[in-house]
Design a protein around this ligand. Sequence first.
Ligand SMILES: [Ca+2]
Ligand SMILES: [Ca+2]
Ligand SMILES: [Ca+2]
Length: 433
Amino acid sequence: MSKLFLSILLCAAVTFPATHMAFAVRIVTTEGIETWLVAAVPNTGAANAQGINTDWIKRNIGISEEELSKPENGPKAGDKLTGDPNFDWKVVKGRAGDHLIDFQRADIFGPHDNITAYMYLYITSDKDRKVDIWVGSDDSIKVWVNGKVIHNNPVLRGAGPNQDLIKGVHLKQGKNGLLIKICEQGGGWAGWCRIEPVEGLKASTDPQRAGNPIPLPKTVNIYFNDFLNLIGPSPGGAIAAVGRDLISEWTNRKYTEEDVANGKGIENKWEWERFPLAEHEAEGWKLGKFTNFGGNNVQKLAEEVFGRVGDLNNYTWYGYTIIISPDRRNVDLRVGSDDSVKIWLNGKVVHDNPVLRGSSGFQDTVPITLKPGVNRLMVKVCEQGGGWSAFIGFDNERDFQGLKVDASETLGFQAVDPTGKLRTTWGSLKGMR
Ligand SMILES: [Ca+2]
Ligand SMILES: [Ca+2]
Ligand SMILES: [Ca+2]
């Protein structure tokens, strides 16, 4: 895929609302802005209360957080904050790959609890414009641009790319000040930020200089985002649940997981709408898209597709989709899950990870072989407590090139021949080539 085509896809992914997406995958970069001015204030109490609510800039240097976020008042490397040189303003770079700023790194601030970090960047824009700003944080986060609060999330969480989206942020022509506050309570302590689109923007940590153009992201994640979905209760914990055949339990043994992974009972709308669920709390199958790519995206899908608002625990999600490949190819499927995960390709288990973990992106690498034509993919993610999330896709454009991954367009509305091949769709696709 050429860089140009990639940037068109990136623009398409952010420009069209989810319901009008031309793609059944979401192309998301995990690469944040690399270089920042940072400073910290220790002993700031609970991250999501005293830490985020107190103006630690004002307490230390007299001007407010709001005032500091105006570019004419912004900091430069070497400026004092607490007076402890370890915590005063300095320029740092995020880690390789996603550019996450891990404040606990020995060359930044080292490990601390109940402490607040500030990140600062001067953004020079060639004209007045609106941008989207994506942030990630461990733990609570508040963001200002040019003297205005644009985001406040008093949360306790691990950090990852793209956790919160701040839409339609106004940048003025010339220099803008971006201030991010990250309050840490315990465990990890990190911040992450990217701006989209970056065309026409330069970033600098030096108030005297416009700096360099913000580069287009080099790495992208390609997330499958529409599935045929089934959810239901799975008491007894995620690790046990991922090892049990819940489809068999929920249908009184009319169908097994392997049946469905082979397309049985599911590839025609008239079949899946009458899927014989005996478990009355289970719901499905229903077409639906992920609209969120932070942690807890399956919970969000359960709310939007099934109206199941609130924090579901000891629950399991099955997602089913079709990958149409123009050729036989070996690819690395990338998978992230909260909690346990199992994946079938064309009826066979290709991944089985009985684990309890959080997730806000890819974690596991699953080498698979796609055959020419229709490939059936079934994913199972068992949630035990806290967040519930799933990420399935590729982080390599070459693996994805030429594939069609699309539950809503390839399932259920076409004639299916007796061997289960989606002849109409595949035939028309080939005809287009
Ligand atoms: Ca933390
Ligand atoms: Ca939960
Ligand atoms: Ca969980």
